[in-house]
Every structure is written in C-alpha cells, then in structure tokens.
Design a protein around this ligand. Structure first.
Ligand code: S3P
Length: 446
C-alpha cells in the first residue's frame, strides 16, 4: 500500500505513566543489508530477528526477483540461498521498492557491475527522492542509467559488462550511497576505494568483513577510505539482527516526556554511529541508563532504561547529524517538552528523506502550538516545558517517522494530537501501536 490509497488517521491522547519492558523490532539498515549480502553470497545464510516491515519485505522480494532463494521460516527467521557475486539473473519485471530509499539505492549498487538490465521504481514518496547521488558514481564503474528528468525513479540500470575499479570521494554524507558503491565494487577486478568525509553508519563495512569480503578501512585524517578488492567470494555467515535504535527512539522519547514513566528497551543496537539521539537527550538532562552492554554479531547492543526527565534545550552539534539523521523529528518533539531553546543545524539531508522532514516537523509543531523556526538547513524549537498545547492535525506526507513522532507528542500534550495517516508506520515499525499500548500509551483511530 502506498499510504495515499487508503489513509488511516490516528490519534494519541495524554497517557498515564508508561511502564514495562519491550523489544523493539530488528534494525532496518541491518535487515536490508543482511538480505542483499546473503543474496550475493555463496551458500545458505540464516537470518534471525529480521525486521518484517514493508521496506524490508520489498528488498526480500527484489532479491528473489534477482534469483536468490529467500525463505521465511517463522517470525524473524529467514534463510537466503545466495546467487553469488555476479550471479544475479535479469529480473522478469520491474523491482518496486515501495517507500524504501535504502532498499532501492543499495540494490542499484548490487546490480551495477553485473551485465543485466534492471528497472527500479517505488511509491509516490520514493519517486520524488534524489537518485543522481547513486547513479552518478555508479557510472564510474561503467554502469549506465536511464532516469526520469532530475534523476528520479523509475530508473533502468544497465550493469557494466567490463567494470573497472574506481576511486571516489562521496559528495553527500550518505551511508546508502557509500554502501551502493561498496556492493558494486564486489564484482570488479581490482581494488576500488570510497572515501567519506563524514562518518556515516558502518553496517555495510562490518557485515562485508563478516561475509569474508576483501575490505580495508583506513582513517586518513578527518576522512575514511574504504577499499574493496572485487571478485572475492562472499561466504554465507549467520546474521542476528539487533533491535533498531531508530524505532527505539519513539518509546524512549515517550517515556522521557510522560510524567512518572519508566521503561526498559531490550537488546537495542548501540553502534556508536547510531547513538546520537541518546547522547543528545542525555545532554538535555535525560535519565537514560545502558545496562548489560554486550557484543552481538559484530556490533554492540544493550538494554536501555529510560525514566521520565525534565529536559533542557541545547544546541545540537551539526557534526552529530549522521549519527542521528533519522531521529531529528522525534528529537524536535522532545525539544518541545524541554525548558528553553533547542537548535539543530546541518540538516539539509532531512529535506530529501521520505518527506521534507524539516518542513513537515515545523508544520506539525506549529499545528500543535509550539513555536519554532525552520531554516534552510535546520530548526529551532522553543521548548514549553509541560505546557505543549497539542490539539493539531499533522500532515504526515507518507512519512512513517513523522507519524510516529507526532503520535509520541500526543501522549504528553494537553490536547490529543491527530496524524492524517498512520498506514506508513508499517514500512518500518508494524508493531508500533501494540507495543506503545502495552506500555500504557493511548493511541487509536480518531
Ligand atoms: C540508511 C542511511 C540513512 C538513513 C536511512 C537508512 C542506511 O540514509 O536516513 O534511513 O540504511 O544506509 P542516508 O545514508 O541517505 O543518509
């Protein structure tokens, strides 16, 4: 479903203390990568804890269309029998990635150096998002792409028949673009190097290592150079998907703003390139304690204990943006309940997510009586302590994180908050409502 076909408005009301212990669903970034890497590997890869949400199911379907044998055995438990590097078949139909920029961009990279022709499309939101950032550098490998004007989907990629190695410095701080190029490099003779100026999430690098790719990561002053020598076979490697910190962000923020709450979020991924929100909220005075920090599947995980806290506005350092890029909408909600002003900068990328998130957040805050200032690359929120009026109807623009952020706001605002469409929540967090209700949140149809 695209969300525009059938809207499902939802309303969140002021709720009693949130209490309990929950497991958030599997990490979306790791889930996409597990399916793609397993599809490129030789042998059978078991995946546990896979996020079974719209976005990831699209990637699973795409991997099947490309010739991998992808089977679901039970909740979160899947196996993928890979086609091997360079082993993808030409799909018989268009690959439709729905709402998922990650699925589309990563798969573009995975097909770009195999001599097949693949057409990509997505829903109305994805068809508005920039793809030149991926197809531009993929052309350096010899792949060609026919896109709609301005590099928009639908796009047909003709994979390079004789790809050559590439050295490329990323023009945008994007883990998706980085990952697409690293996947493309797998089927190239010789060593390709991708250089990033700002550190973005490194799940692809960690997982490529685990699958036996010839990958090297080198810090070069402020930059990181990631080199892949192609034509090394990927060997299947079991993947345990940890809890998604970007989904945990919603119950976490809810517990901070609903008085007397205390919740435990179990086995959340704590990769340092994903924990910017926890760091920022802690600086704002949040009572967040990490318990039982441990290693799991090449990453750090832990249980996150969150208690209601009085928050204070801060200036969020712009260089932290990549480590919390998906969490700014819900941070803006936390900021509305803080005392004083919160300033966020360096956020031009938020304009090209599932929606223009800076505009959507600013409009949602204003609709609920919170004063804010939207700038080209940032947002300032005037905190109201516990006097957030609420009472607004928020336009979600087919964006799951806008929907979940403003439902979170409604749990502590004086009047209920309505979102015009909650259907897109299923793209990343289908259990959002039952999980929030199990903690005591009042979310329902209006
Ligand atoms: C993702 C990277 C981020 C993030 C997206 C998931 C990934 O996008 O916003 O939700 O899995 O690589 P960019 O890399 O484009 O910033």
């Amino acid at each position: 479903m695209t969300g525009s076909e059938q809207r499902l408005p939802r309303i969140a009301r002021k709720s009693g203390p949130l209490r309990g212990s929950v497991r958030v669903p599997g990490d979306k970034s790791v889930s996409h990568r597990a399916l793609i890497l397993a599809a490129l590997a030789v042998g059978e890869t078991p995946v546990s804890g896979l996020l079974e949400a719209g976005d990831v199911l699209r990637t699973a379907a795409a991997m099947r269309q490309l010739g991998a044998h992808v089977v679901r055995h039970g909740a979160g438990n899947w196996t993928v029998h890979g086609a091997g590097v360079g082993g993808f078949d030409q799909p018989a139909d268009v690959l439709d990635f729905g709402n998922s920029g990650t699925g589309a961009r990563l798969t573009m990279g995975a097909v770009a150096t195999t001599p097949i022709t693949v057409t990509f499309t997505g829903d109305a939101s994805l068809r508005r998002r920039p793809m030149q950032r991926v197809i531009g550098p993929l052309a350096l490998f010899g792949a060609s792409a026919d896109a709609r004007e301005n590099g928009l989907l639908p796009i047909t990629i003709r994979g390079a028949r004789h790809p050559g190695p590439v050295e490329h410095r990323l023009q945008v701080a994007s883990a998706q673009v980085k990952s697409a190029l690293l996947f493309a490099a797998l089927n190239v003779p010789g060593r390709s190097t991708i250089i990033e100026r700002a550190a973005t999430r490194d799940h692809t690098e960690r997982m490529l290592k685990a699958f036996g790719a010839a990958i090297e990561v080198e810090e070069r002053g402020p930059e990181t150079a990631i080199s892949v020598t192609g034509h090394a076979e990927l060997r299947s490697c079991p993947v345990e998907v940890p809890g998604d910190p970007s989904s945990a962000a919603f119950p976490l923020t809810a517990a901070l703003i609903v008085p007397e709450s205390e919740i435990l979020l179990e086995r959340v991924m704590l990769n340092p390139r994903r924990t910017g929100l926890i760091q920022t909220l802690t600086e704002m005075g949040a009572d967040i304690v990490i318990r039982n920090r441990r290693a799991s599947g090449g990453d750090e995980i832990g249980d996150v204990l969150v208690r209601y806290s009085r928050l204070t506005g801060i200036e969020v350092p712009p260089e932290r943006a990549p480590a919390m890029i998906d969490e700014y909408p819900v941070l803006a909600v936390a900021a509305a309940f803080a005392e004083g002003r919160t300033t966020m900068r360096g956020l031009e990328e938020l304009r090209v997510k599932e929606s223009d998130r800076l505009a959507a957040v600013a409009a949602g805050l204003s609709a609920n009586g919170v004063v804010c200032e939207e700038r080209a690359d940032g947002l300032t929120v005037e905190g109201m302590g516990h006097g957030v009026p609420g009472g607004g109807v928020v336009a979600t623009h087919m964006d799951h994180r806008i929907a979940m952020s403003f439902l979170t706001m409604g749990l502590a605002a004086m009047s209920p908050v309505t979102v015009d469409d909650g259907s897109m929540i299923a793209t990343s967090f289908p259990e959002f409502e039952p999980l929030m209700r199990s903690l005591g949140a009042e979310i329902a149809a209006p």
